[in-house]
Design a protein. Sequence first.
Length: 268
Amino acid sequence: MTALIRAERLGIHRPGTTEPVLDNVNFSIEPGEIVTVVGPNGSGKSSLVRALLGHVALAAGRVMRLTGLRIGYVPQRVHIDTAMPMTVRRFLSLPRRVADAEAAAMLRRVGVEGVEQRQITQLSGGQFQRVLLARALLHDPQLLVLDEPTQGLDQPGIVAFYKLIEQIRAETGAAILLVSHDLLVVMRASDRVLCLNGHICCEGTPQQVSSAPEYRALFGAESEGTLALYRHHHDHDHDHDHDHDHGADHHGDHGHPHDAHPRGHHHA
Ligand SMILES: Nc1ncnc2c1ncn2[C@@H]1O[C@H](COP(=O)(O)OP(=O)(O)OP(=O)(O)O)[C@@H](O)[C@H]1O
Ligand SMILES: [Mg+2]
């Protein structure tokens, strides 16, 4: 198996019921890929992520993970016990101890240098997300799984965050599985997009998915113009500090327009 993780005909039920949350999902992620999962609230994105990580029971199908796969995971929600004091420094050493220098370098890397002695509960939302990312990266992951990682970040923070993700991929070769609502921005950074709504509605390159009727039906007004914007950004990148865009092709479409059919999965 070359894939880091592969799911076949995956089904998940709402806990304690036979009500499906996900049905017949086939998914895999290869080394070095950036794959983004989009879909409305409640469409099963976090459930898919947790199933891939082995955190929820499957109702159907199977999940295979490469033996010994190192995964860095930033969950959508983290329960922090506000009654228990915990510094950033201590949090970074859970569950595995890391050296001071390593912790400091990683905090600098994710843009929150010097916060070691701050209490976790006193960080801003955006600072906390960066600390979570730092903790995930400290384990030198082959696969980084990020569930809505830009929550609490401001707009420049979001853009910087995705640049950082692309840099990490370029430097470490880690694959990245991303759940996100930042449609336009994630599309630019992704190799492949998967649109979920209890099943896979459509998947393909960002361009294929943004032009898919299934995607438009799901995101409605929000997706209006996404493709146009996507093309515009690729043709005219005004972002001068962004020299190398690994995920995107700025110079138009080398493929044939007729090839741009997404793989639509129509649900019975
Ligand atoms: N622990 C749980 N107990 C009961 N229902 C659950 C549980 N986890 C998920 N669900 C249900 O499964 C469905 C999918 O939830 P999930 O969290 O995977 O959606 P999501 O796509 O990540 O949504 P969001 O965009 O809001 O994060 C929802 O209807 C949710 O209520
Ligand atoms: Mg979720």
